[in-house]
Design a protein around this ligand. Sequence first.
Ligand SMILES: CCCCCC/C=C/CC(=O)SCCNC(=O)CCNC(=O)[C@H](O)C(C)(C)COP(=O)(O)OP(=O)(O)OC[C@H]1O[C@@H](n2cnc3c(N)ncnc32)[C@H](O)[C@@H]1OP(=O)(O)O
Length: 302
Amino acid sequence: MALAVRMRVPCRALLCAGAQLRGAALGRPEWAAGGGDGARRFASLRVLVEPGAEGRVAVMKLKNPPVNSLSLDFLTEFLISLEKLENDKAFRGVVITSDCPNVFSAGLDLREMYGRNPGHYAEYWKAVQELWLRLYLSNLVLVAAINGSCPAGGCLMALTSDVRILSDSPKSVIGLNETLLGIVAPFWFKDTLVNTIGHRASERALQLGLLFPPAEALQVGLVDHVVPEDQVQSMALSVMAHWLAIPDHARQLTKAMMRKATADRLIKQREADIQNFVSFISRDSIQKSLQIYLEKLKQKKG
Ligand SMILES: CCCCCC/C=C/CC(=O)SCCNC(=O)CCNC(=O)[C@H](O)C(C)(C)COP(=O)(O)OP(=O)(O)OC[C@H]1O[C@@H](n2cnc3c(N)ncnc32)[C@H](O)[C@@H]1OP(=O)(O)O
């Protein structure tokens, strides 16, 4: 138990206080608790949490249309939802999925990293770090039901889960494609990938910014199952049942043992990592790359 206690993410209270302040500034929180069988159902603007069939599992649906990009507001709501679930002893597992058609998450919100000031970049990066730490060290069983495209920060989020199920669709590509944007995946993105698919496969995937289609993602070990689109959630719930058959304390301590060193690496240098991000993202050349990438995304439509 001692290990599990030590694994708790520091500065949690601070971030949550900040999150609530942000919520208040935006006219939130707008948590709506359901009645009847939905007593444990709650929702914010962008995150919908409902109990799965078995009651001990929650299904968290991300709904920040059109592409679930991880804006600061979205990250804040995501963190609050996760904390609620962590604190509710009724829940042992969470299936994370998307409410946006064909996209699990487009990753970090490029608009949070382009044309803003250093203070904003620092606040944003701290929230990204916090979400990663919370997910990566979660005591809950996390299953990512990846029902669409899953690049960069979306992939990072999926990689923090204990199991990944990917829909078998040409749109469902997954990977850390940062180099394609002219940016570099930070060391903790890289560590998470290496822990999942190994060093050589990561080196290739990261340098080339590979977005793997389902069969290749399965082959390289980036995902654990590929299933038809309409079976992603049911498969996630059935895999969850298997994981929940293991006693929580033993599974949680084992998870902590496997992940602690990776998480500690960031925890020990969070502030330096924030400063590094701010100075990197503020560079004219990086801002130019992001501008070009955003324009390409817009032109794709025309
Ligand atoms: C030292 C530290 C270094 C810094 C490290 C930072 C690491 C960054 C990791 C990241 O996550 S960066 C983000 C990477 N994401 C991507 O490359 C994905 C980009 N998006 C797409 O490829 C596609 O949008 C999609 C996800 C495949 C979906 O395609 P679809 O055709 O369905 O939708 P679109 O028409 O392309 O997009 C709709 C709408 O959303 C805007 N948008 C898309 N992605 C983002 C995003 N990541 N952030 C902000 N906005 C995004 C897109 O521009 C469209 O906007 P409008 O034209 O409608 O205004």
